[in-house]
Design a protein around this ligand. Sequence first.
Ligand code: PLP
Length: 411
Amino acid sequence: TKSVKMLRPVKKSSKLDNVCYDIRGPVMARAKQMEDEGQRIIKLNIGNPAPFGFEAPEEIVQDVILNLPNASGYSDSKGLFSARKAIMHYTQSKGIAGVQIDDIIIGNGASELIVMAMQGLLNSGDEVLVPAPDYPLWTAAATLAGGVARHYICDESQNWMPDLDDIRAKITKHTRAIVIINPNNPTGALYTRELLMGVLAIAREHQLIIFADEIYDKVLYDGCEHISIASLADDVLCVTLNGLSKNYRACGYRAGWMAISGDKRHAQDYIEGLNMLASMRLCSNVPGQYAIQTALGGYQSIQDLVAPEGRLTRQRDLAWSLLTAIPGVTCVKPQAALYMFPKLDHKMYPIKDDQKFILDLLEEERVLLVQGTGFNWPYPDHFRVVILPYEDELREAMTRIARFLERYRKQ
Ligand code: PLP
């Protein structure tokens, strides 16, 4: 008989113990299983425009194809000069002062840079103020870096504006930075100048870095304008993140960037750390970098999608009106981005575990959403809807959600 050798369990690192990223979590795994069994699921869970018939602008695609023969080597670790130059001009066009070529780092999407920004900054126990609800990568990245994400509340009764008093109340001697996501995922909020000035005043007073995630800064409805927080101050250290994923529907190219602005004199050490992290991963995907200059300098086709009769505007309007027609469902109408974050009346829908709620919806009606707690929202009474599907599919999804909620009320 063969002796049975006990294998040592291969465990994930304890660094991951408190890291949570539900958007691609267990509910999505179940949806995948159902699809493998042949069921058709309406997916309103991920902000990936391509599967819904949104194409990247043709000139970007052509430029990447054209440059593919030049893209087989590593680039400068911060990115191609031509792409960074275009990004520099873009930051200038948004009124952000003092961004030089060397203040720009290109990454494999903003995601990689969010992780780098947190890894480069945080020591064990350092705190970062992150919005609730948030795009959960910020919380996950801060936690993975050994830091603590402290969540400040965005106020639904004030169009989801960050609550400045709550931000102030959560500052401790360990606080290093404030993250703002503007336009916001998951709420669709667009921040006012006054609000941004308020955040700057807090950052100035407590010497905090501002991380501004502006990846949806061109996805704006109703003629709204976006203000980069970094354009409102040249004394506060700001790291502004953006990329091609949403504005140009090119998330598969993995092309994002960060631009450092404000008073950098006292931050040379951190900037050195960021440069080191950029060098350690050699460079970001080079074919994707070739898309940046053409995208920023080319025809801004997103404008057609967010025009009054544009596809995204129509889908937002339809999804919002169908959703808010359901008893006990309220929702701040998004001014920007690709999402809605509706609230369920607690009396009508006394949900205890919103992941289970979303899983039940998936099993019973084959509609996939993400639960609000997946965005670090503290109560089980919200969920996120993606407005990317065509109107017919959105209509079908809302009918199914309404049917599910009606059964839930009658339980
Ligand atoms: N930031 C926000 C607010 C997002 O919603 C997303 C993607 O959904 C990202 C960053 C990541 O974007 P990228 O594709 O550039 O990594």
